[in-house]
Structures are given as C-alpha cells and as structure tokens.
Design a protein around this ligand. Structure first.
Ligand code: C2O
Ligand code: CU
Ligand code: CU
Length: 537
C-alpha cells in the first residue's frame, strides 16, 4: 500500500503516534500498557479507534497442563469406506478466568450440548480421521446466530461441497457435505467456516477443527503421532471475546494468548521419537516454529502430505496462517527440556503512522520434557513417497495466471461518522487484482485438468499468505528484488506465504468444474475482500 495514504487523513501526528504505541503494546500482550497508551487519547469521530476495553492480563490463563488429546469425531457408519457424522456449530461456555463469567465460544461439536453448555475439553472442533478412498458425509447443523458454511481447507472436494460463501447455511438450518477422498490425498487438513465477510469472526470465536487423511502405505504409520492444533485467543478482562478493532482488521487479529489444542502453554512429555502434525489455525499469527534451545527436528510433510524425503536437521520452520506441517521430533539421549516457541518473525504489520510496527517478541507455545524410555532411536526412512513435478502436457502453451495483492487506506473514510469497531471498517481495502471481492464477479477462469502457472505478487508492505481452494499446488520459484530463486523443495501445498514485494510462482491444476475461492489467509483480509473467484469449466 501507499503509506502516504495515511498522511492524507485527518489524524494529527500526535494522535497517530498514540495509536501506534497502543497497538504495539497490545502486540506485546500487555493489557496494562495498552490501557496506558489509551490514556489521554482524544475521542475520535465515530469511535472507530476505540478498543474493546481492557484485555485480560497475559498471565491470567493457567498454563502447564498436560497437552490434551484432540477429540475425535466418531464415525456413525458401519459400512467399510464410509465416514458419516454430524457437526453442530453452537455456543459453548468455558470457565477460563477465575472469578469471571464463563467465556462463550462458538464450537463444532458432534453432540447437541445445548446453548452455552458447560464442557471441559478443548474448544477445537473434533478431529476427522479418515483414509484415502473413504466417502465422507458430514451433516452440518448451524446453531449460530449467523449464516455459516464448512470449508474443507486443502481437500480436493467438489466445488459445491466446499463451503463456498455463495452457499451459506442459515441459522437453524442444516445441510450435508459429501465427498470421496481420492488416492494420493493423504495429508493434514482442517475445516473452518467460510461465510461471506464473517469467516474471521467465526474462526476467532472458536470454529475450526483438524482433518487427517491417511494412506494405506504410510511409511511413518508406526511412529507415535501427536497433534498440535495452534489457535489464537483474544480475551477481554471480563471473560468475553471482543469484536475486532481497527488494528485487528488492518493487520489481522492476534490475541494475547496462543493456544495449543485449546490450552495455554501445555506441557508435552516426549519419551520416544514422535511424528507431530502441526496446524496454524490462527486468524493472522505467523508461527516461526523452533525450540528455544535451538535443537533440530525434521520436516516430513507439508499441507498436502509427505515430502519425497525428510528434511532433517532443521532448526525452524515458518507456518503462515492456514498452513500445516508434519515433523519428526526426536527424544534424544538423556533427559532434557525445551520450549516449543513461535520465534520472532517480522511480517511488517502496519502502524497508524508511516512505517511498520516492530515484530512482536517470541512466544512459548508449549513446554516439552524429553525423557527417553529406551536407548534405541527410530530410523527415519530415506524416502517417504514419490512426488513428481506438476508439469503440463504442453510446456509451451501452459496457461498463465496472475494474482496481485494490493491495499489502500482512506483515513478520512475510516474516521467518518458511523464507522464502528463492531462492523467492518470503511476505507480499508485489501484487494486482489485491483478489486475487493465481489460474489457476483469471476476473477479468473481455468479449464479442468489443465496445469497452469500462476504468479502471486504481493504489492503491499506486509506479508500475506496466499491460499487456493480445491487442490494442492507446487511452488516453482520465489522472486524478490529482481532475484529469482528456484524452489528446492518439491512439496504439495495449498497455502504459501508471499512477502512484501515478492512474487511466488506456482504450478497448479483443478480437477473439477465449478467455482473455487483463492484468498489471503489472514482471515480479516479475506473478509475485507482480499479474495477472488476462480471459475473452472
Ligand atoms: Cu482455510 Cu478459503 O480457507
Ligand atoms: Cu481453503
Ligand atoms: Cu493478507
């Protein structure tokens, strides 16, 4: 975006500085500082800048409980190759802050627990654990006060079963999603709502769940498996989940808590080498995964399943919002401990003044105790599976598509009377190919079965994770500042981060006719219009 645009508004320099400082304090998860920043802040026309009130202190949530296993969605079908279940989206209350009213989340549940039912387990939706070749039939019941859908992030499901915003399920209504998982689809996926302009709110209130597809010939099937579903929580001091404020809409919402399987800084006890599946289910938070003592781990999978061969000896791995990874974490020799952290990563969040906010500090996701139960180390297979490059039958005529992310800020409109913190801000535009999402407009068109080369260019000053529905793609190259780097890692992905000024080249193919969405997976940006529609014929 043009930072200059910020200066054209009505804000005085003093006021703008106060905003920037307040936003920075919130980023550090320090509610007290945030309140200090607000002291003496002049009242804004329309109240656009007012925050949600004090946040709960960063240490208010208890930490250190053993990592809870995710609930599993029970298969109601007895037929082989069939998975049938019901997912109800409804309110669910949890006692989080001592002495405060219970926090009301929105939750996917298999059972009809009733409105605001007290319950203990993680708020994360139940794990759908199925096999390649299975037919999945999920009845979705919407008990929310808003229309919703279920989108099967990363899965090759038919377009009319993929929870597109054009197919909302009204409050009180239900529908069945049905799809068959093809061979080769084994991987780590997730599901979440995708209603028009309401996805960010529904996800930050708790609606998201993991989805694992298994292959019959999984070379890592014998490894003990652990699931870490990372989500974000912004909690007000009174125990409520506040609506998005201006900074949330602009940079994507980051709460003062990062949760793993719904809990704050859980404890993980590792007694032998393990396979970890990690989901970044945060609205906007980037996870630069690492151990605080720098110990190495291996990456064995991406969004769309296993790599060809393990990437061993890596010390950190960036998971942008929406991305997943499969890791091998080794217990090592002798007892030790380390923290799994989201190390500092600068995604160039915008300030209300020209320039960016500094990157937030690194955060502890979980504390891990390593206590080898035996001296034997498991050997990681040298080959995991065959991945061939996605090539067109005719490389000379491969269709090319261009996606450009851009943004524009109109400070005058943002401060116009009537702009509120509850609704979406006016004057803040996040765009694809020069326009905000319009449900009536087709952005790009493709032919089914045709391999295409896409470029995703980020013309803004902050990172945006690009996500394409219905398929897994391969990154070919990344270009920045006139330097093109061929991608070394052959991997299946549905989400790829695009840094400011960067152009990412991908190869992709759609196999079914219908409409597909592609968008920035910072969900606030998606809701604000950084989304396009791909019509496949
Ligand atoms: Cu997980 Cu359209 O997104
Ligand atoms: Cu998706
Ligand atoms: Cu974005």
């Amino acid at each position: 975006m043009k930072r200059r645009a910020f200066l054209s508004g009505a804000l005085s320099a003093t006021t703008a500085t106060l905003f920037a400082r307040r936003a920075f304090a919130q980023d550090a998860g320090d509610a007290t500082h945030a309140m200090h920043g607000m002291t003496g802040m002049p009242a804004m026309s329309g109240g656009m800048m007012q925050g949600p009130g004090p946040l709960a202190p960063a240490d208010a949530l208890p930490a250190g409980a053993p990592l809870a296993a995710l609930r599993t969605l029970v298969n109601q079908s007895r037929e082989p190759g069939q998975f049938r279940a019901t997912l109800i989206a409804q309110l669910a209350a949890r006692a989080l802050l001592p002495g405060k009213p219970q926090t009301v989340f929105w939750q996917y549940d298999a059972l009809d627990a009733g409105a605001a039912a007290a319950n203990d387990g993680p708020v994360i939706g139940p794990l759908i654990d199925v096999r390649e070749g299975d037919t999945v039939e999920v009845t979705f019941v919407n008990r929310l006060p808003q229309p919703s859908t279920i989108h099967w992030h990363g899965l090759p499901v038919p377009p009319d079963q993929d929870g597109n915003p054009s197919k909302p399920v009204a409050p009180g209504e239900q529908r069945v999603y049905r799809f068959k998982l093809p061979p080769g689809s084994a991987g780590t996926y997730w599901y979440h709502p995708h209603p028009h302009m309401l996805s960010s709110e529904q996800v930050f209130r708790g609606l998201a769940g993991p989805f694992v597809v298994r292959a019959a010939d999984d070379p890592l099937a014998v490894w003990p498996e652990r699931h870490l579903f990372v989500s974000d929580l912004k909690l007000a001091a009174d125990g409520t989940i506040p609506a998005n404020g201006m900074m949330d809409w602009m940079n994507g919402r980051e709460g003062q808590y990062v949760l793993v399987n719904g809990a704050h800084r859980p404890h993980i006890e590792v007694v032998r080498d393990e396979r970890w599946r990690v989901w970044n289910g945060c609205n906007a938070r980037y996870l630069q995964l690492a151990f605080d003592d720098g110990r190495a781990f291996a990456q064995v999978g991406t969004d769309g399943g296993l790599l060809g061969a393990p990437r061993d000896g890596i010390a950190s791995l960036l998971l942008a919002p929406g991305e997943r990874a499969e890791l091998i974490v080794r217990v090592g020799q002798g007892a030790s401990r380390a923290s799994l952290i989201a190390a500092q990563y600068d995604r160039h969040k915008m300030a209300m003044t020209p320039g960016s906010l500094p990157a937030g500090p690194s955060l502890i996701l979980a504390n891990v105790g390593f206590a080898p139960a035996s001296a034997t180390q498991s050997a990681l297979p040298a080959r995991l599976r065959e991945i061939g490059p996605l090539v067109s039958s005719d490389p000379l005529t491969v269709p090319k598509k261009s996606v450009v992310f851009s943004e524009a800020m109109d400070m005058k409109a943002m401060h116009a009377p009537g702009a509120s913190t509850q609704a979406m801000p006016r004057g803040m535009q996040f765009m694809v190919n020069g326009a905000v999402f319009n449900p009536a407009r087709v952005t790009l068109a493709s032919r089914r079965g045709e391999v295409e080369h896409w470029t995703i260019a980020n013309g803004t000053d902050m990172d945006h994770p690009f996500h394409l529905h219905g398929t897994q793609f391969q990154v070919l190259a990344r270009e920045r500042g006139g330097v093109r780097k061929e991608e070394q890692l052959l991997a299946w992905r549905d989400t790829v981060n695009v840094r400011p000024g960067e152009t990412v080249h991908i190869a992709t193919v759609q196999h079914e006719a219908g409409d597909r969405m592609f968008h920035c997976h910072i969900l606030e940006h998606e809701d604000l219009g950084m989304m396009g529609m791909l019509r496949v014929t």
